[in-house]
Structure formats: structure tokens, C-alpha cells
Design a protein around this ligand. Structure first.
Ligand SMILES: Cc1ncc(COP(=O)(O)O)c(C=O)c1O
Length: 362
């Protein structure tokens, strides 16, 4: 049983550890979502997110987890007779492709082995072969700990395939790693708040380019809940189409102020420092699951080269120290384990955790 007065510290790659002061934001008095106060909260939050994502285009708040925006990005940006190239390098990018198929779109796969990154050259080669209207990318593959080279991919896309829309899942990357939405020329990027924003789950953030908004008007069967046109109509009043998760937006507003006060460059640097620290421990004691140059700054997937009983070590660390780190995801269970270093987790937390793991594996 969880001791609710002293809950475990989470080092899993989402939901992540949430600070008490952020939790407090979730218990403030609620507001009517059609009133002036809500609109002010909404506008302030969206304006800050635009700064965080370096965009002057649309940013929306979705009361859903990020999977909803997986579906929304497909339903709004790809017509039924069009083909999307889905890049696949792990469990979540595989799911993005499955969602595109579930929405009835033609999917062509670009698949690499788990642990490998998807590169600009691979995408270029594939796009040159056929007629695609969009490509899906996962910025940070939470199962394998791979950070795909999205800046290089975007440069290539802008130069060679300027008409192909770029739909990016940055669920575990956003805030922890650079995203300059307008400069990258992306059409959709999204994340849920239980990752590097360090808020409990229940809300997603997404940005949409002007051209994706225009395209969406021409696509039929967009549905309702994730219809970008509905989001845009409500955004004119600084509102959302349906009743939003207001407590989460209060917490997001709080976290955005904190991020901007720190400065995004510093936030990214802080994540990189934590990643470097965990990576060097991982290399000393085990091995990285992916090539180091593609290793994520928000989580590390560690190859279990010593054959430790991962589940037992997780249980022991939780029982003795009230902290939880992650087992490998799906087929990587026990072959790998994962440590998140994002959001409000800090160096001292990580030093403590790695020390506790050391005690169990020595
Ligand atoms: C990369 C990635 N994409 C998508 C998702 C799904 O997000 P959600 O669970 O918020 O719907 C996750 C969840 O962990 C993820 O890590």
C-alpha cells in the first residue's frame, strides 16, 4: 500500500515526480471555463507556451493525454486518400503508426531496430520513392531512450520536401530538449504534461502550423473532440471547445512561469547535465541501450549487461528508499531499465537514486 503522506519519488519516464507546490496548484478554487478569469489564465498559459516553443503560430490545450493528439494530428492533417510515412524506432513510434492505421489512413512504414535512431538520410530515401502527404516522427522514443536527430531531419525536409507535413510526438522530449517550432518548420508537435512539465497526467499541449490549420479545413471526418478547427474557434475567446482540466491548467501556468524565469536554454542545459551524469553511471556499470550520440536528455534506457533481476532491484529500492525507477518497456523488460531525469528531478535526487541502485547490485 502507498503511504499517501509519504508517496514514493518517481524516476519512471512518466508520470514523473511532482513537487508539492505544483500539487497545490491543482487544489485551488475552480473557475467557470467561460468566464473572464479563465480566459486570462488560458491566454497567459498559451502565451508562455508560445515562448517556450518559440512559435507565433497556434498553441492549444487538450484535456486528454497525448494519445488524443496522436489521433487529432492524423485526423486533421491527412486526408483519406493520402499516405503518411510513419517512422518507427520503438514502442511509441510504432503506436503512432497504429493510430494512423486505426484512423483509416494509408500508412507506409520506415522501421529501424529498437535502439537505433531514424536519420534524415533514411527519411529522404523513403520520401523520394513515393507520394506522401505527411511524415510522423517521435522526437524522444521513451521505450528505447533514443533522441532522434530532429533538427537534421527538419533541415532536410524544408529543403527537399517542403510540401510534406511533419507531425511530431515530443511527449517525453518537450521542455527537456530544444524545440523551436517555427524554425523547425513542423506542422504539429505535442506532449502530455506528466513528462518534463512535471504535472500529474490529464492534459496535453500542442502546437499547429498555419498550413496545417488550412489543410485541416479541407479534410473530412475530423471528428469533434480533436478537431483543430474547433480548437481555433475557441482560442479566439482564449477558451477550449469543451470543459478543460482547469486545475491542470493552473499547474501548467505555474510551471511555465518557472521555466521562463529559469530560461529555456538553462532548462535544456540542466536536463543535459542530468543526462550526462546518468549516462556516465550507466556506462561505468552497464551500457547504454542506444548509440550515445542519440541518447535522450530526459531519460536513459540502460542495457542490463550484468543480468541483474531488474524487478527485484526496483522492489528493493522502493521498499528501502521509497523511490521507483522504470523497468524496460514491453519487449525490453528486464533486458533494460529506465531512469527518468526530467522535470523537477534534480542532481541530488539522481545521486541518491544511483547510490541506492549501487547498493543493490554490488
Ligand atoms: C513518446 C510517447 N508518445 C506517446 C505517449 C502516450 O502518451 P499518453 O500516455 O499521455 O497518451 C507516450 C507515453 O508514455 C510516450 O512516451
Amino acid at each position: 500500500m502507498v503511504d499517501w503522506k509519504n508517496p514514493p519519488k518517481l524516476f519512471i519516464p512518466g508520470p514523473v515526480h511532482v513537487l508539492p507546490e505544483v500539487l497545490q496548484q491543482l487544489s485551488r478554487y475552480t473557475l467557470g471555463h467561460r468566464g473572464k478569469e479563465y480566459s486570462q489564465l488560458h491566454k497567459d498559459t498559451v502565451d508562455m507556451l508560445k515562448k517556450i516553443l518559440s512559435t507565433e503560430q497556434s498553441v492549444f490545450l487538450s484535456t486528454s493525454s497525448a494519445s488524443g493528439v496522436w489521433e487529432g494530428s492524423i485526423r486533421n492533417c491527412i486526408d483519406h486518400n493520402e499516405t503518411v510515412l510513419c517512422t518507427m524506432c520503438g514502442a511509441f513510434s510504432d503506436k503512432f503508426a497504429a493510430v494512423a492505421r486505426a484512423c483509416g489512413r494509408n500508412v507506409e512504414e520506415l522501421k529501424v531496430d529498437w535502439g537505433k535512431a531514424v536519420t534524415a538520410e533514411m527519411i529522404d530515401k523513403k520520401l523520394a520513392e513515393g507520394k506522401y502527404s505527411a511524415v510522423t516522427l517521435v522526437h524522444n522514443e521513451t521505450s528505447t531512450g533514443v533522441k532522434n536527430p530532429v533538427y537534421e531531419i527538419s533541415e532536410m525536409m524544408k529543403k527537399k520536401y517542403p510540401d510534406v507535413l511533419v507531425l511530431v510526438d515530443s511527449v517525453s522530449g518537450m521542455v527537456g530538449m530544444p524545440i523551436e517550432f517555427d524554425k523547425l518548420g513542423w506542422d504539429v508537435v505535442f506532449a502530455s504534461v506528466q513528462k518534463a512539465f512535471a504535472i500529474p497526467p490529464g492534459l496535453a499541449v500542442f502546437a499547429v502550423s498555419k498550413r496545417a490549420m488550412e489543410k485541416s479545413k479541407t479534410v473530412t471526418g475530423r471528428g469533434y473532440y480533436f478537431d483543430f478547427q474547433e480548437f481555433a474557434k475557441s482560442a479566439e475567446k482564449d477558451q477550449t471547445p469543451t470543459t478543460p482540466a482547469i486545475p491542470h491548467i493552473m499547474a501548467l501556468n505555474y510551471q511555465c512561469h518557472k521555466l521562463l524565469n529559469e530560461g529555456m536554454e538553462n532548462v535544456w542545459k540542466r536536463h543535459k547535465q542530468m543526462a550526462d551524469f546518468v549516462r556516465s553511471w550507466a556506462k561505468e556499470n552497464f551500457a547504454l541501450f542506444c548509440e550515445e550520440k542519440y541518447a535522450s536528455d530526459t531519460l536513459t534506457t540502460i542495457k542490463n549487461t550484468r543480468g541483474i533481476a531488474v524487478g527485484d532491484v526496483i522492489k528493493a529500492v522502493q521498499a528501502k528508499h521509497n523511490a521507483v525507477f522504470g523497468n524496460g518497456y514491453s519487449k525490453l523488460k528486464d533486458q533494460t531499465f529506465r531512469i527518468a531525469h526530467m522535470g523537477d528531478i534534480n542532481m541530488d535526487d539522481l545521486k541518491e537514486l544511483l547510490g541506492w541502485i549501487d547498493e543493490e547490485i554490488k
